[in-house]
Design a protein around this ligand. Structure first.
Ligand SMILES: [Fe+2]
Ligand SMILES: [Fe+2]
Length: 136
């Protein structure tokens, strides 16, 4: 397996995620709807989480002996934890116990956190892995 091709494919998945997340973000900025919230949650669970597990597996297998892959696993766990908290908040919102503005803010926080995560992988982690590969 060629690590560069794998990293390229992970990056193109990021590009697709960013497109979808920006679209959801625009919708949410205009107003929080049950549809946009469900879309965001389902998208993260289905696409982003699958991508994250794949990333963990691939990185452990290919560079686990050279890099501390735990940092990325920890970052993914953090995202999953934030998503669980967000789902609890949405549950309270449905019961009318939470203001729409709070939910909107948390949606945007969640999206920002994901964008930031992709950026960190692309600008720090992946180049490190590529650099290591070039030096072997
Ligand atoms: Fe990741
Ligand atoms: Fe990623």
């Amino acid at each position: 397996m060629d690590i560069h091709r794998i990293l390229d494919s992970l990056i193109s998945e990021h590009e697709e995620f960013k497109r979808v997340l920006r679209r959801i973000e625009e919708e949410i900025r205009e107003g929080v709807s049950q549809e946009s919230i469900d879309l965001l949650i389902e998208f993260i669970k289905r696409e982003v989480d699958e991508h994250s597990y794949k990333e963990e597996e691939i990185l452990y297998e290919l560079v686990g002996d050279k890099f501390n892959v735990d940092t990325i696993v920890f970052a993914h766990e953090n995202i999953r934890e934030k998503l669980r908290e967000f789902e609890d908040l949405v549950e309270d919102f449905r019961k009318g116990e939470v203001e729409e503005e709070i939910v909107k803010g948390e949606c945007l926080n969640l999206i920002n956190m994901l964008m930031d995560h992709f950026l960190k992988e692309e600008s720090i982690l992946f180049p490190l892995i590529r650099g290591y590969d070039l030096n072997v």
